[in-house]
Design a protein around this ligand. Structure first.
Ligand code: NAD
Length: 352
């Protein structure tokens, strides 16, 4: 198979590409515009592979997207490219409407035109896999409630509303045009190569420098955390074995309050950095004003993907968070280059 991965220079997209190159014989075309969130240094492991190619393309550019389909003749597309940070969507929603809604529409149309030209065998095997979030479901009130694949959509932020719109477009292209689509909605990811504006890397890096550890409000917001490599395995499983037209929720069975996550990180850093002048790191925790429209609780029922496709996370929160902290401690250079912007100035690409 040749797979186009959009957003392959991002946090999850790069994990998907590393997974496919490491563990399968398939080829990957990474289609990414390289926004601030795109970092080719997360792909240094695969850049030398002849099964990897990079195309610096904006998913909103129809002509360029159509060219990539024409030239690479893919068997499938995994669509992860998106603006993804909720705080940024509150400050500037326009970029989210453009990339997440208009971009998905353009990709669907380019994929449909390409798919219509395939022979019957390749047409039947083609897949358009749209990667989405559990945030489209809004938040949960009752403590035992879980998001299932049939939970009605009720997004709260410009980010989640734009992702919800893109999910609707994908389902409409399935119903109206018969495009063979798959949709997955996943909980919060964490792990290596996570951009330092997100909670877990932000806390690790601030703690190492003795800076305040900002926690929104009381920190009682509950998220279900999934180790990013478990997500990458789940996505590949859905792409190759999922039933066309279906939606699969993906989650880690790891519900944690934000404040618990921050305290766990502080304890791990106390243990792994015994010489740190900032121990105990928990003293750096600082409560800041809550984000507007902040969802209180997300929790995923991932029983369908487990039952139908036999996928389960390999990492518990305890094992995954330890691996993550250890990875950041070993890769401070990757973090420094993100923080000082050198990852954008000296981008390493790969010949196609
Ligand atoms: P990310 O912000 O780390 O990466 C996004 C990537 O998309 C970047 O490489 C960026 O350059 C690229 N991109 C953005 N706009 C583009 C455009 N117009 N054209 C081409 N490329 C563009 O995001 P992530 O955390 O890796 O998330 C990937 C996907 O997974 C998103 O669709 C997100 O909604 C979804 N998701 C994320 C999480 C999470 O916890 N991070 C959870 C569930 C679902």
């Amino acid at each position: 198979m040749k797979i186009i991965v959009t957003g392959g220079a991002g946090f999850i997209g790069s994990a998907v590409i590393r997974h496919v190159i490491r563990n399968t014989d398939n080829s990957v075309v990474n289609l990414d515009k390289l926004t601030y969130a795109g970092n080719l240094e997360s792909l240094s492991e695969v850049v030398g592979s002849e099964r990897y190619a990079f195309e610096k393309v904006d998913i909103c550019d129809h002509a360029e997207v159509a060219r990539v389909f024409r030239e690479h003749q893919p068997d499938a597309i995994m669509h992860l490219a998106a603006e993804s940070h909720v705080d940024r969507s509150i400050d500037g929603p326009a970029a989210f409407i453009q990339a997440n809604i208009v971009g998905t529409y353009i990709l669907l149309e380019a994929a449909r035109q390409y798919w219509l030209g395939l022979d019957d065998l390749r047409k039947a095997a083609f897949r358009f896999h749209h990667i989405s979030t559990d945030e489209v479901y809004g938040d949960l009130e009752a403590p035992e409630e879980l998001f299932t694949e049939t939970t009605p959509y009720a997004p709260s932020s410009p980010y989640s509303a734009s992702k919800a719109s893109s999910d609707h477009l994908v389902r409409a292209w399935r119903r109206t045009y018969g495009l063979p689509t798959l949709v997955t909605n996943c909980s919060n990811n964490y792990g290596p190569y996570h951009f330092p504006e997100k909670l877990i890397p932000l806390i690790i890096l601030n703690a190492l420098e003795g800076k305040p550890l900002p926690v929104y409000g009381s920190g009682s917001q509950v998220r279900d955390w999934l180790y990013v490599e478990d997500h990458a395995r789940a996505l590949y499983r859905v792409l190759t074995e999922g039933k066309v037209g279906e939606t699969y929720n993906i989650g880690g069975h790891n519900e944690k309050q934000n404040i618990e996550v921050v305290r766990t990180l502080c304890e791990l850093l106390d243990e792994l950095c015994p010489d740190s002048p900032h121990r105990p790191h928990a003293l750096l925790i600082t409560h800041v004003q809550d984000r507007p429209g902040h969802d209180l609780r997300y929790a995923i029922d991932a029983s369908k993907i487990q039952r139908e496709l036999g996928w389960e996370p390999e990492e518990t929160f305890e094992s995954g968070i330890r691996k993550t902290v250890e990875w950041y401690l070993r890769n401070l250079e990757w973090c420094r280059r993100v923080q000082d912007g050198s990852y954008q100035r000296e981008r390493l690409g790969s010949p196609i």
